[in-house]
Ligand binder design. Structure first.
Ligand SMILES: O=C(O)CCC(=O)C(=O)O
Length: 370
């Protein structure tokens, strides 16, 4: 795949070693987790077991009721930008051919609409997560070190510059603002891994994901962006509270985040934290492209509440699906253990995509579905 990594070229052995150092020490696993069948789960934790009883890579035996989830353009409220997600009819409950019918599809949809997120353990086996992490490390190793200079900074958004905008159709690396013993570390890779790298493509286009987002109300799913967030030991930066719809505006709002724990995530290493139900309060701000820079437009001046945040502590292999309007954040990783995640954002092709979103794909690389 010649065009897989932007401006990548083979490295000499010493440069490869320098890149490896930039990746930091290998991942380690630590405990304090919520697992399937764990009855001590905090109240309100939305745990879905069984993924409809489907095996990895297996399409649902019976697809969702045809046509039941399509958005009707005629009946969509005009200029709904950043407000209520349109309510589409719930799919009819599928018959009980699932192995573990603990939560039916319409329960998942109802819970997703009520709380704004779902936790699906064991979506991928650990080996698939390890494989993805190894591929991500290989990508970093292959990137020209001269290109490794832009920091990803959720405080000042200093990364919002051409290098970042061009990553819409490439695979680029962004550095942690903090160094580890003087060494730069990679914060994230983005944003077209799912279209440019065969392994990420396969991981992202699992038929079970297509079935899930359809079930959650996405009529014509399009895979918009993907990221590997390394969250390295001691240096992994805080991600400030935000809604993904701030960056991925569609009318009506349609973004769904699919966040995969590639390593165990807990309070020590900076797991996701969400504000259950707050996706129903509308969009707080918009991140708008203005030429070669971006500006944040405040739509709702209220600060995020101090209370009510729910940590989502999960083992590797868990999928957390969340509404683009759900506020979420993660603390800095001050632990000796990394907390790597892969995240994929899907939008509905039946909604219109804002022309001033930062992410604009090059004309020769249109968005694709599953
Ligand atoms: O992984 C994290 O810490 C944050 C991820 C996030 O904000 C996202 O996927 O939208």
């Amino acid at each position: 795949m010649a065009a897989m990594v932007s401006e990548a070229r083979p490295l000499s052995r010493p440069r490869r070693a320098r890149r490896r150092r930039a990746m930091g020490p290998g991942p380690q696993i630590c405990g304090h987790l919520v697992g399937e069948g764990d009855d001590d789960r905090p109240a309100g934790e939305l745990l879905v077991t069984g993924q409809d009883g489907l095996e990895e890579g297996q399409a649902p035996a019976q697809p969702p009721v045809p046509g039941s989830l399509r958005l009707d353009r005629e009946h969509r409220p005009a200029q709904n930008m950043g407000h209520e997600r349109p309510r589409t009819p719930l799919p009819q409950r599928r018959r009980a051919h699932y192995r573990r019918p603990t939560m039916g599809p319409s329960d998942r949809r109802q819970r997703f609409e009520e709380h704004g997120y779902l936790v699906i353990p064991d979506f991928y086996p650990r080996e698939r997560c390890d494989e993805l992490r190894a591929a991500a490390e290989e990508i970093v190793t292959a990137i020209d070190p001269a290109r490794l200079e832009v920091e990803f900074d959720t405080h000042g958004q200093r990364h919002a510059q051409p290098y970042f905008f061009e990553s819409a159709g490439e695979i680029r690396a962004f550095l942690e603002p903090k160094r580890d013993a003087g060494q730069p570390r990679v914060n994230k890779l983005g944003h077209a891994l799912h279209d440019l790298h065969p392994l990420f493509d396969r991981f992202s286009r699992d038929p079970r994901l297509a079935a899930l987002v359809t079930e959650l109300g996405c009529a014509e799913p399009l895979l918009l962006q993907s990221m590997v967030i390394f969250k390295g030991p001691r240096v992994g930066a805080e991600v400030l509270a935000h809604q993904d719809a701030t960056y991925l505006v569609t009318d009506p709002p349609s973004a769904i985040g699919l966040w995969f724990a590639l390593e165990d995530a807990n309070m020590e290493n900076g797991c996701l934290e969400v504000l259950p139900g707050a996706h129903r309060e509308g969009l707080r701000s918009r991140f708008r492209r203005e030429g070669d820079r971006c500006r944040t437009l405040l739509l709702d001046p209220r600060p995020w509440p101090e209370q009510g945040w729910q940590p989502v502590e999960v083992p590797a292999g868990t999928l957390v699906a969340f509404d683009g309007l759900l506020p979420h954040r993660s603390t800095a990783n001050r632990s000796p253990h990394s907390r790597c995640a892969y995240t994929l954002h899907v939008i509905d092709g039946a909604a219109s995509y804002a022309s001033d979103n930062w992410l604009q794909r090059p004309p020769n690389m249109p968005l694709r579905g599953f």
